[in-house]
Design a binder for this molecule. Sequence first.
Ligand SMILES: Cc1cc2nc3c(=O)[nH]c(=O)nc-3n(C[C@H](O)[C@H](O)[C@H](O)COP(=O)(O)O)c2cc1C
Length: 352
Amino acid sequence: MTITREELEDILGYGVMAPSGDNCQPWDFTVEGQSLQIINNESRDTSLFNVSKSASFIACGALLENISIAAMAAGYKTEAALFPEGISGQVVARISFQKTEKKKDKLFAYLDKRCTNRSPFKGKALARETVSSLKAVTKDLGYGELTLLQDRAAIKKAAAVASLNDRLLFENKRLHDFLFEHIRWTKKEIEETRDGMDIDTLGLFPIEKQGFGMLASWPLVRFMNIFGLSRMLPVRSKVIYKSSSAFGLLQMPGKTPKDFVMGGRALQRIWLTATAEGLSFQPTTGITFLIQRLYMEDGSGLSPKEVKIVEEAEAGLKRILPTSRDKAIIMLFRIGRSGPPKAYSLRRKVRL
Ligand SMILES: Cc1cc2nc3c(=O)[nH]c(=O)nc-3n(C[C@H](O)[C@H](O)[C@H](O)COP(=O)(O)O)c2cc1C
């Protein structure tokens, strides 16, 4: 192998800065002969959101894009074979590296700056040049369909649909438990695990932070739901989501594992471009995974009442965005201007 392990580890240091659902980092790595393999470690994302492993494939796609950008900067051209052992195999990508001249992609400088920002945004309209550079991403790649909603009334409707996810998070035990298993409450826990979400990345006010700790108890949440807790929680997220300058929807034309990986690559370039444009970015996509759960996994894991809420969300989304059950929703997200987040998520160290 012309590329050394040290070089690979450096490249992977940038690679793993990619986003993943609840920062679960579903990837493992193996070196196989001359190539590096990305393995989907299925035990890391057992969430109901991870419909047919799609959330993990999106995360692995974002990782692959980072690897390709960082390898180029280190003087290696990458070639990735997706699912070389078949779509039910655990190898998501087998990547080979070819020595070439060092070339810095314009997005390289943003690999370690991209992050999720869950605070309120300033709601100011996006500049025309910003919209053009975001739209240029999928055009230049030749795949991925990006729709941007900038109309205030449509943003309000998108905020209402996306916020329904917070109701389901507190009505469905599996969704609730997965979230709280991934929240890191103390510095020690954050440093030791280097995965999950630092409580300070959630953008809560100090008083909310205390209350949020109590919501970790499922029996308490279930009891408080008698008094309407789960129906009140989306009100907060709706207000925050409404403060966005735009909502974005990224779709792929098919729903195969490869579509989700390639969608993840496109998503990463969009997110990095938004970062380069000085925009804050938050995925608001839990609800779209649950919508896809209805027809990709027959709504399994959702109660009839929850299925109804998700169906209403699907109808609401269809009224404002060109969604279709034939396509894959890669991500629904919001963008806008704001200050930096209070904290950043860590990553596990990569050792090959
Ligand atoms: C497929 C996918 C789905 C996500 N869904 C949400 C979401 O619905 N809400 C949210 O606030 N963050 C969501 N995130 C963001 C992750 O929680 C975030 O990437 C992770 O915690 C790491 O933090 P970072 O993006 O700041 O590096 C999602 C990320 C991915 C890749």
